[in-house]
Design a protein around this ligand. Sequence first.
Ligand code: DER
Length: 248
Amino acid sequence: DPIESAKRKAAFRAVEEHFNSSMRFVGIGSGSTIVYGVEAIAAHLKAHPPPQPYQNWFVPTGWNSRKVIEAAGLLPIAFDSLPGDAMLEVCFDGADEVDEELNCIKGGGACLFQEKLVACRSKKFVCIADYRKDQKRLCTKWKTVPIEVAPIAHASVLRELKLIGSPDAALREHALAKTGPIQTDQSFYIIDAPFKQLLTSMDDGVWDVDSLAKRIKSINGVLEVGLFHGMNGYQTQKAGLQGGQKPV
Ligand code: DER
């Protein structure tokens, strides 16, 4: 399958470039691509054993991510169990879409809150994304911005999203065999808000990534928005697409 092999190639390339056995804390994102990333990390540790036992700890970004870490025989450590000021050396994660400035839409897997929490605690954020995700602008192929909201506030968030240019924003309900909205690992809801293509810098009347991320985050009831942008102070690197561009 050409897509699966592209995902695997990008994952092994990302790990080869950005992981080493002496790393103590490493963030692991969610979705299907990161499974190959964890496979690559486990293979790397087998070939290059760490300097001492229990050297490497992996911070999951939700239920799915923890299962992937455990299935590979790696040691998970919960985000809230990290030593006080410890930073993660690197975080590996997927994305739903990546633009030419390495901004990402994330949240297709409804894990965006913990993904951003872990990404912002990491010295480097490595996005593993196959060619389908690589677009000039966000909201090109992946049309919606995922937003995690407190259930009680979902109707008022929907109302405000309509006012800022997303009249078709809607609760995510397409979980298998479950009627009603899906719930995240925080028992919150996800709203998917369609927007026109996002610019990378301000322009009259058209949203850019940074301004829209800040505007949505400011709506009462929003826990997190699935737009990852330099404003979080972490470097993003795109591995396996254009051969590991320089960090932004
Ligand atoms: O939810 C997310 O942001 C995930 O990283 C996810 O959307 C990427 O999923 P994929 O690796 O299965 O495409």
